[in-house]
Design a protein around this ligand. Sequence first.
Ligand SMILES: [Zn+2]
Length: 135
Amino acid sequence: MKPIHKLNNGNGATLCNHCSKIIPTGLTDALFCSLECAVKENWSYEEYNYKLVREDGLIKQSEDVCWLEFDENGKFKSKHKDIAVGRSLMMSPFSQFFTWQTTDIKEIIEQRKDYIKFKTTNSIYELYEKANICR
Ligand SMILES: [Zn+2]
């Protein structure tokens, strides 16, 4: 599935793959206007263990995640299994070109076994683990 980009009076817009509503953030790589639409579209999670949803509808899936810590100069310091304020989320594959990494985590809003909601410098994200997704 690919983002649907339309030119709208010369302005780029992205349409929801489910309800065709315009996603209000302009041209993005978002697929759906809401998590509800993503679920309704029977979006496949099967080969992935993690699903990251950004507040603007952007969805990323991955087999694995890790949490990175950087020093005060922005240099990589260490890699962790658990979330903490100041770390950033990295999704697999952990290669320079295909990965997805968030900005610094500022606040952990909600944390359950299979679900974490957190705030970074730029956005609010929800991270789902498969056990929760397949409920
Ligand atoms: Zn929609």
